[in-house]
Design a protein around this ligand. Sequence first.
Ligand code: GLV
Ligand code: MN
Ligand code: MN
Length: 420
Amino acid sequence: MTTSFESFDRMWADLEPIGRDPGTGGYRRFAWTRTDHDLREWFAGECAARGLDVVEDRAGNQWGWWGDPDTTPGVVVGSHLDSVPDGGAFDGPLGVVSALATVDALRARGIEPDVPLGVVNFVDEEGARFGIACAGSRIITGALDADRARGLTDADGVSMAEAWRSAGRDPATLGRDDEALRRVAAFVELHVEQGKALAVATDGGDDLTDPARAVAIGTDIWPHGRWRIDLPGEANHAGTTRMADRRDAMLGLATVVQAARSYAVALGCVATVGKVHVVPGGVNAIPSHVRAWLDARGEREEAVRAAVDAVSEEAARFGATTAEESWTPTTTFDTGLVERLHGILPDAPLLGTGAGHDAGVLATHGVPSAMLFVRNPTGVSHSPSESAGVADCHHGVMALTAVVTALSTGKAAEPAGEHR
Ligand code: GLV
Ligand code: MN
Ligand code: MN
């Protein structure tokens, strides 16, 4: 019989080539593209192979159910399959593959859940194409209004509604989905750690072998948001326009980037300008317009807000406008569920994070949610260098199996060693 570790390894190998850029080695898995279609087909196929009923909600999130969640709400595990531009292999897929392997682990042990068990693939978690992170969970919870979602555009001006139509879907059906949420009694999202907390031993050195530090339990997510800054200028010739006569939108951008860094440092938060669009975008033309996106996060909401306000004031000196595209307040995962997880995995450290997740969106909309993080030896994420060791990934499957066993049957999982 195939073990859950073998099935994890096989699924991991299946996903490896999908959406990988041969040049950078990074992944470009964007919502409602051909690559996304292939990933969704893969997910539906894996669910079908396990006899799970696949249903889609009104945002296109895919749920594979073992049991009927319309009779009794179920325990759900999973994550997302999309990526940032040139992202790593683990952010998202690790949680989906581990969830499917967990189903295999339960079956191998002859465990039948007393409540339905769901495996979810959330769509468009990174917001790489349309700008809003966690779009799939925000749409079904109503945090992202359906009309606004339909009207979001990608870099080529294609709206989400048009992307839906091209993917053979009816954008009129897109929207809040209370029924999909009612089916979820608890959601546990396993994710690669996006920092080095687990890889650093208590004495400060690296420790990549301590099994007690392979998996952590997520406690909370920092408040975070995205802002769009539009800087005006005037197009003109790069060779013939005197420096004194220029209105160069790029100068405003330079100030914004510097201000983001210095206010973030001064106020104890983090801020990033990671995406810019320059018009007209010619080497020999003075920029007439720059659109830049600011991502700001931190432990304290007031600090993040103060940093963004200060950056926006600096930008305003150049005639720029700043618009909030998304804001997620501090998210504290369900304390009862976190305690439960801690009882199931008593050695696992407790960890907060500065990264956003669908589990956070669900948590703020009344769905008891929590997370597990798998050790990342480099701490790097949103980059092709993102990683997690095979043994740690298998530890993640064991941890998730223990959690799902306890939450769906009330029984303790068998010791890890008997997992195979
Ligand atoms: C998602 O990964 C985010 O934190 O932006
Ligand atoms: Mn991410
Ligand atoms: Mn993620």
